[in-house]
Ligand binder design. Structure first.
Ligand SMILES: Cc1cc2nc3c(=O)[nH]c(=O)nc-3n(C[C@H](O)[C@H](O)[C@H](O)COP(=O)(O)O)c2cc1C
Length: 180
């Protein structure tokens, strides 16, 4: 199975990059193929879903081959970043009937919960299946140790619940897609 991790902000100095790398390692540890899909590598001037853009063609190859997505998104002014929306908007059918798990990131205590909720609605419109589990990386600036690990032991439980659910849906929906 291939489950890429979308890094949803292009901001210089982004803390979310640490979260995306942490999640990439967790997916890898679960024995799956993965990589980070960075919004910086898929930036466009204006929204265009015609798939004529080279960025869309590159993204299409990745998303078409994906069995599920992990999206890492910070919360900016109670929403998710505009560049993430522009990246998602480049494609459509490639997302159909694939599960998506969302990780919120914030400097404060809520872990990007408001951005996560909004992003779920967008994913539904793209015919994805947002899972119930989410991981909220709050106080992100204090969360990671030098090796990119998290000292707070409660995160390993949260990651397990998140990946267990995502992988279950990835298997179930893959089988269902192959039947139709
Ligand atoms: C434009 C902007 C708006 C922000 N708005 C919020 C917010 O609404 N809620 C919040 O918890 N943090 C907010 N933050 C702080 C982020 O949580 C913080 O930057 C955190 O490190 C995650 O984002 P990053 O990956 O860009 O670093 C905002 C940051 C920026 C740059």
């Amino acid at each position: 199975m291939y489950i890429p991790v979308v890094l949803g902000t292009a901001r210089v100095g982004r803390q979310s990059e640490k979260v995306a790398e942490f999640m990439r390692r967790q997916v890898l540890k679960a024995g799956l193929h993965t990589e980070i899909l960075d919004v910086r590598d898929y930036r466009i001037q204006a929204t265009d879903n015609s798939e004529t853009l080279i960025q869309a063609q590159r993204l299409s190859e990745k998303i078409s081959g994906a069995d599920a997505l992990v999206i890492v998104s910070p919360e900016y002014n109670h929403g998710f970043p505009g560049e993430l929306k522009m990246m998602l908007d480049m494609l459509y059918e490639q997302y159909f009937n694939k599960p998506v798990g969302i990780c919120g990131v914030s400097a404060g205590g809520l872990g990007g919960a408001r951005a996560v909720e909004q992003l779920r609605l967008v994913c539904i419109e793209l015919h994805m299946v947002p899972i119930r589990e989410a991981i909220y990386f709050s106080m992100v600036q204090d969360l990671f140790g030098e090796e990119g690990g998290i000292v707070d032991k409660s995160y390993s439980k949260r990651v397990k619940a998140f990946l267990d659910e995502l992988i279950w849906y990835a298997g179930a929906l893959k089988a269902a897609r192959e039947k139709t």
